[in-house]
Design a protein. Sequence first.
Length: 131
Amino acid sequence: MVFVPHSPECAGCRAWLRDLRANRAPLDELGAAVLIIVRAPRENARVLQASLDLPFMVLVDADGEVASRYTARDAAALYLGDRYLQCIGRWIVAGGQHALPAPDDLLGTLAFAEQEDCGCGLPAWPEEALE
């Protein structure tokens, strides 16, 4: 999962990250990796990570070069990928909007992707069918 917040100070993005942090245990159980790309100087990114006690990886992208591959300068972005790095969800939130999916919805999508046995998007065969 890759998340690019509007900014380290954005109240809506900070609230969403708090909700995501509260769901850390289920994310860990699913083996999900979370990367946050912050378009700000290193100190701003450190303050964001420390003030929210984020257990996730934070990439500092002061000039926005990496984040620009995910979204426009004034937008937040969330990408969800499966274990084959195929995109299974994408949300681009422009301006001051904060219409990001709830962590429960993300966990459901990740859990479904985890039960797939190939990158083709088809669910795995039930075990009883293999006996």
